[in-house]
Design a binder for this molecule. Structure first.
Ligand SMILES: Nc1nc2c(c(=O)[nH]1)N[C@H]1C(S)=C(S)[C@@H](COP(=O)(O)O)O[C@H]1N2
Ligand SMILES: [Mo]
Length: 395
């Protein structure tokens, strides 16, 4: 209660009468579903976790109303863009430096990129036994257009020492315990990924002001890696001389076992057994038609979707209507820019009336293809990139 008192800068009268886990109205969050499609799937509302059904992801650039939301804490209250600052600090900068939003916009060149942000746990519901965490289907992914400045340009002005190995972000969302000293999430990436052209400090999403639930007024965006590295409500970047050790960099959070483990196996949560997830694996979606489509006999079905492969490009996309026995190669477009998803399409004819499944499989530039079944079980339920499949009825 004292901690909440600090946040709302007042003593709380009748504090002893407040029920456990009650969130004072002043700290209450807005409604994450405001402005979202009514078809979004709510995984939870404290914190807000909202998923896109796959057929909603049909747009080439995902509109805000169809973007999934993954919050670990509570959206910050009372944001004032005039006083919002970003501080660059850490062991590996010569001197820390603080920028206002106006500084960032004025001092550095602006860039726009389409970037795939996919939750590391997207597809988690496919794991047996169930892995802990949001039971996402395959819709915790989006590819939107982000505008901001390059992190590397800002770091160049601040001055990074030769011993820098990692960056970590700091954000203004409130920890679920409501303790203002605790961070809900503070992750990062190796310095080389931070320095890529496409790593942005963004204030615009699809050409408009960043929405509250996606990180307003400033967000780190890093495509191709678990979206948990793209810190929302960004207030700081620490340039570290070691692997960043913020919240959700510990235990098995966003980590995979170094050696394959049996489903359900209890693995000690130490660095000896786990490694941090970096580039996401190759994956694809059928976004049209929606699963359950009915078509008349003898008609051709137009199919389309997107494919992506972390830091890599996708080089091939195929569909199967006979449970993977045979595959047909589809048309695949080049990405709008590096780290954007690639659109694919094809037309299929079905040999007879009946029930079919259409499966889609992408292969990345290094020859890695999606598995047809759920891949390596892991305690966090990460990286399920098994082939997506839809049902089609002909007749
Ligand atoms: N500050 C902050 N940044 C955050 C999070 C968060 O809870 N707080 N969630 C992360 C996770 S786990 C994901 S998957 C993405 C989700 O981004 P979105 O809500 O814009 O889709 O934001 C990441 N950035
Ligand atoms: Mo995530």
């Amino acid at each position: 209660m004292a901690a909440i008192g600090t946040v709302i800068s007042s003593n709380i009268a009748f504090a002893n009468k407040i029920p456990d886990n009650y969130l004072p109205r002043l700290l209450d969050e807005g409604d994450a579903l405001k402005g979202k499609s009514t078809e979004m799937i709510v995984q939870g509302d404290k914190p807000w976790n909202v998923e896109s059904p796959v057929h909603l992801l049909d747009d080439k650039i995902t509109p805000v109303e169809k973007m999934f939301i993954r919050n670990n804490g509570l959206v910050p209250e009372k944001i004032d863009t005039n006083t919002w600052t970003l501080t660059i600090d850490g062991e590996s900068v010569n001197e820390s430096k603080t920028y206002t939003l106006a500084d960032l916009k004025k001092r550095f060149k602006h860039y726009t990129y389409q970037l795939v942000l996919e939750c590391g746990g997207n597809g988690r519901s496919g794991f047996q036994p169930q892995a802990s965490g949001n039971q996402w289907g395959q819709g915790a992914v989006h590819c939107a257009s982000w505008t901001g400045v390059r992190l590397k340009d800002v770091l160049a002005e601040v001055g990074v020492k030769g011993d820098a190995v990692y960056i970590g972000y700091h954000s203004k969302d409130l920890h679920l315990s409501k303790d203002p000293k605790k961070e809900s999430i503070s992750r990062g990436v190796p310095i080389a990924k931070a320095m890529e052209d496409e790593t942005l400090l963004a204030w615009e999403l699809n050409g408009k002001q960043l929405p509250e639930f996606h990180g307003y007024p400033l967000r780190l965006v890093i495509g191709g890696w678990p979206a948990s590295v793209s810190g929302k409500w960004l207030s700081g970047i620490s340039v570290r001389n070691k692997v960043h050790d913020g919240a959700k960099m510990d235990g098995h959070s966003y980590k995979m076992p170094k050696n394959p483990v049996a489903p359900g196996e209890d693995v000690p949560q130490t660095d000896q057994y786990f490694k941090i997830i970096e580039s996401m694996p190759v994956k694809s979606l059928i976004t049209y038609p929606k699963s359950g489509a009915m078509i008349a006999p003898e008609t051709e079905l137009a199919l389309r979707g997107h494919a992506w492969a972390g830091d890599l490009a996708v080089k091939k996309i195929e569909v199967s209507i006979d449970y993977g026995a045979t595959w047909k190669e589809c048309k695949l477009e080049a990405p709008a820019n590096r780290l954007a998803w690639q659109h694919w399409n094809t037309k299929m004819k079905f040999p007879a009336k009946g029930y079919y499944e259409v499966w889609v499989r992408a292969t990345d530039a290094k020859g890695n293809a999606q598995p047809m079944v759920t891949p390596a079980w892991n305690p966090g339920g990460y990286l399920n990139n098994s082939c997506e499949r839809i049902a089609v009825k002909v007749g």
